[in-house]
Design a protein around this ligand. Structure first.
Ligand code: GDP
Ligand code: IMO
Ligand code: MG
Length: 424
């Protein structure tokens, strides 16, 4: 089976936990977009593991592939590889020679751009993601394979710093010595990374031919897609299912199962429209119950009710087969649970609301809560399966199915790896 796990909201839906759940010791896990701006968490009895560049499935997988669609900070890559070796020492790692390199200069530009945007700032992670993708599309990007050749790095950095003089003006990279220092620093990474680098699309094609068990793990969420998300408050890659093809070289026609992960409420880090956002005490309650603080930046996440118009838009866009619903234990904190069913009769398209060109007048339906769940109750439910979930929770899940028009198959009711249930 070849599956794709991606988020349908604004990121942090719990994709990492779901990728880990469907991974096996023989699996190949592939990341195809983004960089260290992603933060995917898996909690096991050995501790909490946070992944930024490596896919969350790395704990159990046989092989992982970082595809050409990614932007890779080599220093972060080396750190993450050394951490995963402790947990999965035989893990095979492949890094695309065509992936682009995030440098400190790009991080400095990211910060400078945000400052220049002033009140219109995006609220980026400052990890240099946007500027690195800009470099890629301007065809001046430093590719991972270039790290083998200091002259190439030097030449590219000189060109980049000349072209971006005004953005670098107030940064430490506005002088040639700093650029030379950076070139030397970047060239040193090859000794650690070079052995993983290859044309990953060729190996992936062989893996598909050999019918290997594969999981593609999306970074971020559908509403952060550069084309279809809530532009301009988005990331700089294609987060949707189509990103698999351009970001790994594997055709979407080879994917048999597309799983859209939906948190049973909504969260967003950074700026941009949020039609079902909660404020004040209710927001605080949800943020604390769900631990809604960024995995990557630690920023408090904005939170709100589940948004069905958004989920429907994202489900269609990604052509998903099924939903995976997460964090139902958290939602039970509320006495009454709300779901946004509609943006109001004057709204033409959900995406107009999400890009800010139309204003929503959201309608909500109210549902009974199942209350908070104790750890031993969760364990018992996992053992006994779907039918043992509280009636109110099953009613909620089935309501999400009927409102979204998609079946829910994987249900997550707790942080820990095992607190996951298959509906059918
Ligand atoms: P991702 O970016 O989509 O992989 O999600 P993150 O890891 O950034 O954020 C999801 C957070 O929720 C992590 O801290 C997970 O450990 C946690 N989580 C995932 N599923 C559940 C769940 O069902 N219940 C609870 N309580 N926490 C969960
Ligand atoms: P995962 O994979 C949540 C958001 C940032 C910011 C915007 C642009 O963990 O779901 P960037 O640094 O990418 O240029 O920032 O996108 N963002 C995320 N929010 N989860 C993520 O990833 C995100 N990746 C980017 O907060 O608003
Ligand atoms: Mg995350």
């Amino acid at each position: 089976m070849r599956s794709l796990v991606l988020g349908l909201q604004f990121g942090d839906e719990g994709k990492g936990k779901i990728t880990d759940f469907i991974s096996h010791p023989g699996s190949v896990i592939v990341r195809y977009n983004g960089g260290t701006n992603a933060g995917h968490t898996v909690v096991t009895d050995r501790g909490t593991f946070k992944f930024h560049l490596l896919p969350a499935g790395s704990l159990r997988a046989e092989s992982i592939v970082l595809g050409n669609g990614m932007v890779i900070d080599p220093e972060a890559l080396i750190t993450e590889i050394s951490s995963i070796r402790v947990e999965n020492k035989d893990l095979k790692i492949l890094v695309s020679s065509a992936a682009n390199v995030v440098t400190k200069l790009h991080k400095a530009i990211d910060r400078a751009q945000e400052e220049m945007r002033g009140d219109n700032k995006i609220g980026t992670t400052s990890h240099g993601i946007g500027p690195t993708y800009e470099e890629k599309y301007s065809r001046n990007g430093i590719r991972i394979e270039d790290l083998a050749d200091i002259d190439k790095i030097r030449k590219k950095l000189k060109l980049i710093s000349t072209m971006r003089r005004s953005e670098l003006e107030n940064t430490e990279y506005n002088n040639p010595e700093k650029i030379e220092q950076l070139a030397v620093e970047l060239s040193k990474y090859w000794a650690s990374i070079g052995k993983y680098v290859c044309r990953t699309e060729i190996i992936l094609h062989e893996m598909v031919t050999d019918n290997r068990e594969m999981v593609f793990e999306g970074g971020h969420g559908t509403m952060l897609d550069i084309d279809f998300g809530s532009y301009p408050y988005v990331t700089s890659s294609n987060t949707i299912s189509g990103g698999v093809h351009t970001g790994s070289g594997v055709s979407l026609r080879k994917i048999q199962r597309i799983i859209g992960v939906v948190k049973s409420y909504t969260s967003r880090v950074g700026e941009g429209p949020f039609p079902t956002e909660l404020h004040g005490k209710e927001a605080d309650l949800l943020r604390e119950a769900g631990g809604e603080y960024g995995t990557t930046t630690g920023r408090p996440r904005r939170v709100g009710w589940l948004d069905i118009p958004l989920v429907k838009y994202a489900s269609t866009l990604n052509d998903i087969d099924e939903l995976s619903l997460t964090k139902l234990d958290v939602l039970g904190t509320f006495k009454t649970i709300k779901i946004c069913t509609d943006y109001g009769k004057n709204v033409k398209n959900a995406i107009n609301v999400l890009t800010g060109s139309e204003k929503a007048d959201p309608s909500y339906m109210e549902m009974d809560s199942w209350g908070t769940l104790k750890e031993d109750e969760i364990r018992e439910m996992v053992k006994k399966g779907y039918s043992s979930l509280p009636d109110e929770m099953r009613t909620y899940i089935e309501k999400v199915e009927s409102l979204s028009g998609k079946p829910v198959h994987i249900i997550s009711i707790g942080k820990i790896r095992d607190s996951t249930i298959q509906k059918e």
